[in-house]
Design a protein around this ligand. Sequence first.
Ligand code: PPE
Length: 321
Amino acid sequence: MAVPSKPAPSSTSAVDTGLIWFEGGLVAPEEAKVSVLTHALHYGTSVFEGIRAYETERGAAVFRLREHSQRLLDSAKILGMPAPVTVEEIDHAILETIRANKRRSCYIRPLLWYGAESLGVNPGRNRVHFMVATMPWGIYLGEEGVQKGVALMTSSWRRSAGDIMPTKSKAGGNYVNSVLANQEARENGFDEALLLDKQGFVAEGSGENLFMVRGGVLYPIAHSVNLRGITRDSVIKIAEHMGTEVVSTMATRDELYTADEVFMVGTAAEVTPVASIDRRPIGAGVAGPYALAMRKTYLDVVHGRIEAFDDWLTYVDGPAA
Ligand code: PPE
């Protein structure tokens, strides 16, 4: 019997993409179509990025554009996938797609994938394609999740080891693991999954990195199998700027249970406080004060309100763009 799943606030409507960058230019969404024999559809051989652009006083700005474009190429390199675009061309396509759709803020999804030239595991004869779509995407784990803190469930699915799946690559196939973990959490009435590795160390969420606060010290959860999170890096630098002591550490799930605060970060999730893990309240069982302060500062940074971090913004209509 199908279990009713907690509705996902994280869903976005794929319909509202407007023009899509596809095969080297902008096309209407109905023209951005692929064959059912697409290699990536059969074997998960795609790599993607999740990027956000925010409204600022100087118009739309993409947050850490170059780092995301570079990570897309790194993901392809890990798969041995020859990318048909340079990092500059990826930046350019993203900015053009935002301009064409006159977005003031959006979520940006670039993708590289093996096409339909041949079937069979080895993709050597398949062309690599590139596309960029932009779309509105609100608060990943919901407004209530941010205000009250989200409920995490330790997943029965473990994060793949680095010698089983290339966890540093944002590869489509890797996300079956995330899909299963997130589905399990939602079917059980939780907001998001907490994934451990095979040894029981905390890895990450289905689409977020984790932080713990204890005794005024900020502990970014370190793990060799985690995605090299750009938000994680941003939050560490913002914390240092705020004068917080930052100590990167590995952690087991029980260490998170007794932390003063836990929060999740990611491009989509931004900074999301965690209220409970496996039904144990974290701290006071509400969104923690440090997490909320960090969320506020992070949002100030991405909206261009803190000059010290202006280098992280690429203004869509700015001279540098
Ligand atoms: N871990 C995973 C597994 C992950 O997918 C993400 C991003 C992160 C960590 C955080 O990385 P960064 O965005 O660089 O801070 N997840 C993307 C996809 C979410 C989705 O539902 O799709 C995102 O946040 O865009």
